[in-house]
Design a protein around this ligand. Structure first.
Ligand code: ARE
Ligand code: CA
Length: 506
C-alpha cells in the first residue's frame, strides 16, 4: 500500500486532459483495460453471477451505471451441458449452478439467454457506462452428459464442428495419473494435462485449440466485451495463457483486454497465484478473501473478529495493481473460505472495508440465495434462469445495498490517495482516511461506539454516505461535523460504518 501516491487535484487534472490515471504510478499501475472509464467512475466491478442477460442489462441501466460501477462480470456465456438425469455430482438437483462450467460449443446459447440477448446486454451496459467482463472457460469442455442448452449433442471428446479426440490431453500419453484425473494439485504435469474433476482437458498448447479459443474470445471482444475472468487458469499454465492473449484483438475502446486469472492459492512455486501475475492483467484475490473472512469473523464462529490486523492488509498478497479483489465469489461463498451473504451485516461491513481501503480492483458479488451447495439459480423447469428479482428472497443483491453503493462513490472519489490517519482500538473498531479525500470508521462489534477521531479532512459538515447521499446540497441521512483541528466526534453503529469524502460536504 505504501507506494500509492497522490494528490487528488493532480488526478483530477490528468483525468480532465484524458491521461490515464495509471500514468501516475509505477508499481501500482491499473492493469490495461481494467474498468475505469466514465466521469466519476474508477474501477469498481459488480459480479452478477448467473444473472440472465436481460436482468444484467436492466441492472446496468437501473443501478450499476447510476451508482458508479465501472464494470460488470457476467457468467460463462457459451453453450453448456444441460443435464437430463440426476447423479454425477448432484443426486438432488437436476440443473446445478455448475452446469455452465462444462462448455459444449462457443455458440452463445446458454442458461442466461440467447446470443441476441447477450449482445444487446453488452450494448446496454456500455451505454450506461459499465464495461462487460466475461467468465471464460478455456481449459476444458465437459465431464458428463450428451445434450446442451443450445440443443447440441456431444460426447466427452467429440464436439461436432469444433473439437475431436485429437484436441484433448489423454491419460498415459499426456497425463501421468492412473485415473486420468488430477489427483495431486501440487504436481505440475497433472495440474496442466490431467482432467480437473473429470472435465475433458483441451490441448491448449496446440495451434488449432488456441485458434478456436481466440476466435471465440475475439467474437466476444467484437461485441464490446472488455475482458475476461479466466476459469481454471492454473490448469492452462502461464505459457498457453500468454500465447492465447497474444491472439486477442484490442477492445472496442482500443485497450488490451483485461484478463483476470483464476488461480487458487496453496500451490507451490509455478503453481502459486504469485507466479501468474505476469501471465495476465491480474489474478483473482483468492487469498485475500480468506484473510478478510478471518479478520471479520474468526473462531469461535459467533461473529467476533479483530479488524485491527487489517492495518497492513495486502502485505504478503499479490500486488494491488495485479489483483481482482473481492469478499467472496461463487466458489468461496460455498467452500468456507469466505464470508457470505448469510453473514448479513458483517458481510456488508467487509464489502465497505474493501471498497474504502483500496486493495486491488474491487469486485462486489451478488447472486442467488442457496441452502444446498449444488442448488440451481431460480430457473424454469428447463433450466433457463429466470429474471432477477432483488425484492424476492431467492436473490441477494449486495451491490444494491446503500451501505455498498455509498462506498462505491467513496472509492471512486478517493482514487489512489494513500491510507493515512489509521487508528484502531486493538480489536474490532478501526478508522482511516484516504489522504485528504475521505475518511471512514468501521465497527465490527455488536454495540455502537462514540468517540473522537482525527480525520485529516477540512472543517465542515459532511453527509455520512453509508446511510445518505447528497443531493442539491442536502444530505438524505445523518451528517457529521469535522472541527478546525480535523477532528470528528461520531457514534459508529454496531456492525456499521461512518464514511464521507470531501465531495460530501453540505
Ligand atoms: C461437476 C461435479 C463433479 C463432476 C464434474 C464433471 O461437481 O462431481 O465430476 O462436474 O462432470 C464447478 C464446480 C464443480 C463442477 C464443475 C463442472 O465447482 O463441482 O464439477 O464446475 O461443472 C480447483 C481448480 C479451480 C476450480 C476449483 C473448483 O484449480 O480452477 O477446483 N475452480 C473453477 C470454477 C469452479 C468450476 C471449475 C473451475 C471448473 O470457479 O466453479 O467448477 O470449470 C486446492 C487446489 C485448487 C483447487 C481447490 C479445489 O485449493 O490448489 O487448485 O481448485 O483445492 O477446492
Ligand atoms: Ca489443462
Amino acid at each position: 500500500m505504501s507506494v500509492r501516491t497522490s494528490s487528488l487535484s493532480a488526478l483530477a487534472v490528468l483525468a480532465a486532459i484524458g491521461l490515464p490515471l495509471a500514468a501516475l504510478h509505477g508499481l501500482e499501475r491499473e492493469p490495461a483495460g481494467a474498468p475505469q472509464a466514465g466521469p466519476g467512475r474508477t474501477d469498481v466491478m459488480a459480479n452478477l453471477f448467473e444473472w440472465n442477460w436481460d436482468s444484467v442489462a436492466s441492472e446496468c441501466t437501473g443501478t450499476l451505471g447510476p451508482a458508479g460501477y465501472a464494470g460488470v462480470q457476467v457468467s460463462q456465456p457459451a453453450d453448456s451441458l444441460k443435464r437430463t438425469k440426476l447423479g454425477d455430482g448432484s443426486d438432488t438437483v437436476l440443473h446445478p449452478w455448475w452446469e455452465i462450467y462444462q462448455p459444449v460449443s462457443y455458440e452463445l446459447t446458454s442458461r442466461m439467454g440467447t446470443e441476441a440477448q447477450f449482445r444487446s446486454m453488452v450494448t446496454t451496459c456500455r451505454r450506461a457506462g459499465v464495461k462487460v467482463y466475461v467468465d471464460a472457460v478455456v481449459n476444458h469442455m465437459t465431464g458428463q452428459g450428451s445434450t446442451s442448452y443450445g440443443g447440441r449433442t456431444y460426447s466427452h471428446f467429440e464436439y461436432a464442428g469444433l473439437y475431436d479426440a485429437s484436441d484433448f490431453h489423454r491419460k498415459g500419453t499426456d497425463c501421468p495419473s492412473s485415473t486420468g484425473g488430477i489427483e495431486d494439485f501440487n504436481n505440475l504435469r497433472q495440474v496442466r494435462t490431467c482432467e480437473l474433476v473429470g472435465l475433458a482437458d483441451l490441448r491448449t498448447d496446440s495451434p488449432k485449440v488456441r485458434n478456436e479459443l481466440a476466435k471465440y474470445l475475439n467474437k466476444l471482444i467484437g461485441y464490446g466485451v472488455s475482458g475476461f475472468r479466466v476459469d481454471a487458469a492454473k490448469h492452462v499454465g502461464q505459457d498457453d495463457l500468454l500465447a492465447l492473449q497474444k491472439k486477442l484483438r484490442d477492445t472496442v475502446d482500443g485497450d488490451r483486454p483485461y484478463v483476470a486469472l483464476e488461480v487458487f492459492g496453496g500451490g507451490p512455486g509455478i503453481l502459486s497465484p504469485q507466479a501468474f501475475t505476469g501471465a495476465g492483467s491480474a489474478v483473482l484475490g483468492l487469498d485475500g478473501d480468506i484473510q478478510i473472512k478471518n479478520a471479520f469473523k474468526s473462531y469461535p464462529a459467533d461473529g467476533t473478529g479483530s479488524l485491527a490486523v487489517l492495518k497492513t492488509f495486502g502485505d504478503g498478497l499479490t500486488p494491488s495493481g495485479k489483483t481482482l479483489s473481492f469478499v467472496q465469489n461463487h466458489d468461496t461463498e460455498r467452500n468456507g473460505d469466505a464470508l457470505t451473504y448469510k453473514d448479513g451485516a458483517t458481510n456488508l461491513l467487509a464489502q465497505q472495508f474493501l471498497l474504502a481501503y483500496g486493495y486491488g480492483t474491487p469486485q462486489v458479488y451478488s447472486s442467488f440465495a442457496w441452502s444446498a451447495t449444488d442448488a440451481s439459480p431460480p430457473s424454469d423447469p428447463g433450466g433457463l434462469i429466470t429474471d432477477t428479482d432483488c425484492a424476492s428472497e431467492a436473490w441477494v443483491c449486495v451491490h444494491r445495498d446503500k451501505a455498498v453503493t455509498g462506498l462505491v462513490g467513496f472509492h471512486n472519489h478517493v482514487g489512489r490517495a494513500p491510507v493515512t490517519h489509521w487508528w484502531d482500538n486493538g480489536g474490532n473498531l478501526i478508522a482511516f482516511s484516504r489522504g485528504q479525500a475521505g475518511w471512514i470508521a468501521l465497527n465490527n462489534d455488536k454495540s455502537p461506539v462514540t468517540r473522537t477521531f482525527d480525520t485529516g479532512l477540512a472543517a465542515g459538515t459532511y453527509c455520512d454516505v453509508t446511510r445518505g447521499s447528497v443531493s442539491k446540497g442536502k444530505c438524505s441521512g445523518p451528517t457529521v461535523t469535522v472541527d478546525a483541528r480535523g477532528q470528528v466526534r461520531v457514534t459508529v453503529p454496531a456492525k456499521g460504518a461512518v464514511a464521507f469524502t470531501r465531495a460530501d460536504r453540505v
